[in-house]
Design a protein around this ligand. Structure first.
Ligand code: NAP
Length: 344
């Protein structure tokens, strides 16, 4: 089955990743691109400052960018990926949902809304059933599904693997790449020869989204996971790939070998963009590293390493590619799950 898809905010950093990842996709056919009023009416080649490490696909380069309004998106588009700034998305996404579109969105608005699924297909695919609740409450024919923040999605698969030991609390400190802030997010004068020990709103996103992702859906609402999460988020001068130092407190004692085995054996899913193995665990204590390991599994695999016992559980490091697994790839995978489960 071919699914016709569109991208809202197609000219930005995440939008460009969508175009790269959709090139050659076996079932998704790109049929609509939108951006701001300044880009609307231009060809994609004219509108986008292309910065991804593969050329713009020829057919996409000549597509006309539309305005970000349902009137500019063909009716036969089945699925929209959204990579709009959150403030814009909060206003615009509901218009598309009322018009009946299914939207798989990266933007942070509504991630913690009780009737919006926040989904990682390998972790909580059943949360998609929240769409029924959403449609009842909001009265729209479309559906809104979110993927988590890039720092959250880096850590949560490892926590899902450790939950069998009774996760009670998590502390995490991050070393996040500059691409996570978008192209104009951090200036070179701010970040070269430097580290910034604060990312606006990021600590709270990790602390709340991780509990929703690991929560239980009871048919009506998500019961948040009971673990306490404390996050401290930092920007460093890497280009791509968020590295995180995690301290997980567990009810049961867990050896480094048992933690590593749980992570290695945590199952992936049978979707086109999911990696064969969800979590790669390094034995070497100096891995994972952003430059060496962010492209594993075409940027969709999580890496972990340096697992050691602490007084209350284990500590370890984990890494994921923030604009692939942490953004466009995450939305794409949610789109594949929506199609597989018959929501499109
Ligand atoms: P970006 O590079 O600034 O791109 C923003 C996109 O939205 C562009 O296509 C832009 O079009 C469009 N846009 C801006 N204002 C608009 C308006 N008023 N109406 C319609 N379209 C508008 O941002 P980004 O880094 O791709 O991030 C996009 C979203 O993904 C954000 O919500 C961000 O928080 C989230 N996210 C980003 C990352 C990451 O690693 N970068 C990770 C996870 C989530 P023009 O080119 O015409 O201005």
């Amino acid at each position: 089955m071919t699914v016709r898809v569109g991208i809202l905010g197609a000219t930005g950093a995440v939008g460009q990743r969508f175009i790269q990842l959709l090139d050659g996709h076996p079932t998704f056919e790109l049929a609509a691109l939108t951006a701001s009023a300044e880009s609307a009416g231009k060809t994609y080649r004219e509108a986008a400052k292309w910065r991804v490490n593969t050329p713009i696909p020829d057919d996409v380069a000549e597509m006309t960018v539309g305005a970000t309004t349902p009137a500019d998106v063909p009716d036969d588009v089945d699925l929209l990926f959204s990579s709009l700034p959150s403030g814009v998305a909060a206003d615009v996404e509901p218009e598309f949902l009322e018009a009946g579109y299914v939207v798989s969105s990266n933007s942070s608005n509504d991630r913690m809304a009780p009737d919006v699924p926040l989904t990682i297909p390998e972790i909580n695919p059943g949360h998609l059933d929240l769409i029924e609740v959403q449609r009842d409450e909001r009265g729209w024919d479309g559906a809104l599904v979110k993927n988590p923040n890039c720092s959250t999605i880096t850590m949560v698969p490892t926590l899902a693997a450790l939950d069998q030991f009774g996760l009670e609390a998590v502390q995490v400190s991050t070393l996040q790449a500059v691409s996570g802030a978008g192209y104009s997010g951090v200036t070179s004068m701010e970040i070269i020869d430097n580290a910034i020990p604060h990312i606006n709103g990021e600590d709270e996103k990790m602390e709340t989204e991780s509990r929703k992702l690991l929560g239980e859906f009871d048919g009506a609402e998500i019961d948040l996971h009971g673990m306490e999460v404390a996050a401290s988020c930092n920007r460093i001068p890497t280009l791509d790939g968020h590295l995180e130092n995690v301290f997980a407190e567990t009810a049961e004692d867990v050896s480094p070998a048992a933690a590593a085995e749980a992570m290695r054996e945590y199952p992936s899913v049978d979707l086109y963009s999911s990696p064969d193995q969800l979590i790669h665990v390094f034995e070497d204590f100096d891995r994972p590293q952003p430059r060496l390991d962010r492209e594993r599994g075409d940027g969709m695999q999580i890496s972990a390493g340096g697992i050691q016992t602490t007084a209350d559980g284990v500590k370890y490091n984990c890494l994921a590619h923030n604009t692939i697994r942490g953004a466009a790839g995450a939305s794409l995978l949610n789109g594949e799950l929506l199609a597989e489960d018959g929501w499109i």
